[in-house]
Design a protein around this ligand. Structure first.
Ligand SMILES: Cc1cc2nc3c(=O)[nH]c(=O)nc-3n(C[C@H](O)[C@H](O)[C@H](O)COP(=O)(O)OP(=O)(O)OC[C@H]3O[C@@H](n4cnc5c(N)ncnc54)[C@H](O)[C@@H]3O)c2cc1C
Length: 440
């Protein structure tokens, strides 16, 4: 089979990219996905935190990163709003809760910095917090100052449903697009200017390839000789269930020097009668969570080399991650894990009991964080490698929130790869999902 554009992987990134191709004049597109349905890996609502990140309540982001994420997330908001689908998204409140004079002062400082850029943000006290989230104030020690940074513009999103929408729209626009499920890419090579991609069913010859395959994007980049200085640190995130406790999302302030978000709580989009707490931060030697057979591929990604081990030690040391990671490992252990996790949740829900919490077995994905083996540094956020006629997207959080911004960038790049006959209409993209000039 031959095509102009081959897309490998149909999670939310692959779906968004396939959709963005409607703003090009390319019709010869093939999408392959190794699973039997879209978005069963990290984009499944069981496996991620279901947040459309906007930067206002993510205290692990500085202002510059927050604003970049907001710009990207706005595309997603407009698309999601246009669907008017209750199984796709829910508007929700999001708050960062601070307890104790020091943390409240930090939150006030953050509000001063972020407030002018996020007009819907407000700083609220115990009474307003109690009205929105009664369980957060119940049983709280009197006399300890409490405040929250509140966003009324939070969106919880089912990224799997979103992928289905993208795919449906893409196919409606381009009936020539071919989508193959149960079709996993085994190998890729370059031959006479074409990519020759072997799957378990067939061989696809493509002029351009976009890998939207999570951690496997870097695996295939390595096969083509790209990104060899990068390795994957797979950071799994588990969730606990707590029952009906919260209405929206409640974050805690960032743990100092730790680049990952602190544990938060939110009402599950799939079942608002349940509150999820997490995600934890637990490195695992896997490419995909709960798929033990992917450990072999992970082992060959470069972290288990002398250079890799040196880089890993440097990353753990520099980011003060060792103690944090060990603590997070404990959370998944039988019996004692729940006791330790309870201590993390009590700052959010003071009255929560040991018996209220239940580890969600089989849930929680993997954030494929990239480690630069040359500099020994951890690259936070999603990472893209652009080769000659090929793109590789590796997408830890907030990869889902920024999927349309990435798709816009990549559709433009692919159009450029294909030469003058191919166009990407960036203006039409903006008209459809860009931020209206009047808002913010
Ligand atoms: C615990 C946790 C919480 C998170 N919370 C958030 C959040 O709240 N907000 C947010 O924006 N992001 C969040 N993220 C990140 C987000 O889940 C990812 O950025 C997003 O789902 C990535 O989408 P993707 O399509 O790139 O990858 P995936 O969803 O992992 O999809 C990759 C696809 O490629 C397919 N594939 C892989 N290899 C092959 C192959 N060889 N051949 C064919 N197909 C292949 C897979 O089967 C899969 O369907 C979170 C992640 C985790 C783990």
């Amino acid at each position: 089979m031959e095509c102009e554009i081959l897309v490998v992987g149909l999670g939310v990134s692959g779906g968004a990219f396939a959709w963005a191709l409607k703003f090009t004049n390319v019709r010869s597109v093939v999408v392959v996905e190794k699973n039997s349905a879209p978005a069963m890996v990290n984009s499944s609502p069981m496996n991620n935190a279901q947040t459309s990140h906007e930067g206002d309540t993510e205290t692990n982001y500085g202002l510059k990163k927050a604003l970049a994420v907001r710009k990207a997330a706005m595309y997603l908001r407009r698309y999601v709003d246009s669907k008017n689908d209750r199984t796709l998204s829910r508007k929700t409140t999001r708050m960062v809760l601070a307890s104790g004079a020091g943390k409240v002062a930090q939150l006030e400082e953050r509000f001063r910095e972020f407030g002018p850029h996020y007009p819907h943000l407000s700083l609220i006290g115990p009474v307003e917090i109690g009205k929105l989230e009664p369980k957060v104030m119940e049983g709280r020690r009197p006399g300890v100052p409490v405040a929250a940074l509140l966003s009324t513009e939070g969106y919880a999103i089912n990224y799997q449903r979103l992928t289905e929408h993208f795919l449906q729209d893409a196919l409606a626009h381009n009936p020539e697009m071919k989508v193959f499920f149960n079709t996993g890419v085994r190998s890729v090579k370059r031959e006479n200017g074409m990519f020759v991609v072997e799957t378990n069913h067939t061989t696809v010859r493509a002029r351009t390839v976009v890998f939207e395959a999570g951690a496997y994007s870097l695996h295939f980049a390595h096969k083509l000789g790209y990104g060899l200085q990068y390795a994957i640190l797979s950071v799994a995130g588990s969730f606990y269930s707590g029952g009906r406790l919260l209405n929206g999302k409640v974050y805690q302030p960032q743990i100092e020097n730790i680049p990952f978000a602190a544990i938060h709580g939110d009402a599950d989009l799939l079942n608002p009668e349940d509150t999820r707490f997490g995600p934890t931060t637990k490195p695992l030697p896997l490419m995909e969570r709960h798929q033990v057979r992917t450990s072999w591929d992970w082992l060959r990604m470069g972290l288990l080399s002398p250079r890799g081990v040196r880089a890993l030690v440097k990353v753990l040391w520099k980011n003060k991650l060792l103690g944090y990671v060990l603590k997070n490992w404990v959370f998944d252990l039988p019996l004692i894990g729940k006791w330790f996790f309870l201590r993390e949740v009590r700052p959010i829900i003071p009255t929560i009991r040991h018996r209220d919490l239940k580890l969600r077995r089989g849930a929680g994905g993997i954030r494929p964080q990239i480690i630069d083996l040359e500099s020994g540094s951890l690259i936070m956020g999603d990472a893209t490698i652009v080769g000659d006629g090929c793109i590789f997207n590796t997408t830890p959080s907030p990869g889902a929130s920024v999927c349309l911004a990435n798709a816009k960038r990549d559709a433009a790049a692919v159009a450029a790869f294909l030469g003058e006959a191919c166009r990407f209409d960036a203006e039409a993209f903006e008209r459809e999902v860009g931020e209206p000039a009047t808002s913010h």
